[in-house]
Design a protein around this ligand. Structure first.
Ligand code: FMN
Length: 147
């Protein structure tokens, strides 16, 4: 068995995403992920004050596949300012049933997670770009349900 890894990143949408645009990203992602054994979760958050959409995503799978998947994601011009927050090895999938889970979240859903409550604000992005955000793994896992 080859080693598995996960990768978590944040990015900014080029413009606030319409439902159809999010659905298109998910459809393409789920197709490729299913074919290549990638699982994970994508979080989208729009901040009205900044008029900006933000992505937070975790992908997991075979090491080489995750590198390829990240290349696909990084090459996509629907978002920019991509900052990898964390990568690591994993023996067991954290999102076994999700080719790509999706949540469009509100402010208060992140209130438990220090460093992420203001996800998308300028202050958040300053912290992200100086590498001073706390780990996001528990936050990502908190969205997973297997029913
Ligand atoms: C926020 C975001 C998340 C993405 N997540 C994935 C993903 O999980 N898996 C994937 O293969 N591509 C992902 N992509 C990339 C695109 O969906 C994909 O490269 C694009 O639709 C082109 O796909 P195609 O070459 O199969 O047509 C993502 C793109 C964006 C903007």
């Amino acid at each position: 068995m080859t080693a598995m890894k996960y990768l978590i990143y944040v990015s900014q949408a080029v413009h606030p995403m319409r439902q159809e645009e999010l659905a298109d990203i998910l459809q393409h992602s789920r197709k490729w992920n299913t074919q290549h054994g990638v699982t994970g979760v994508l979080i989208y958050r729009y901040l009205p004050d900044e008029k900006r959409g933000n992505f937070l995503q975790l992908i997991e799978g075979d090491e080489t596949v995750i590198d390829r998947c990240w290349e696909r994601i990084a090459a996509d011009e629907r978002h920019h300012t991509k900052v990898v927050l964390e990568t690591g090895a994993t023996d067991v999938r954290m999102f076994p049933d999700w080719s790509m889970g999706f949540r469009n979240i509100e402010h208060d859903e992140l209130s438990r997670f220090e460093g992420y409550t203001d996800l998308g604000s300028q202050d958040f992005w300053d912290r992200a770009q100086t590498g001073s955000l706390p780990e996001a793994l528990e936050l990502m896992k908190s969205f997973y349900t297997d029913d």
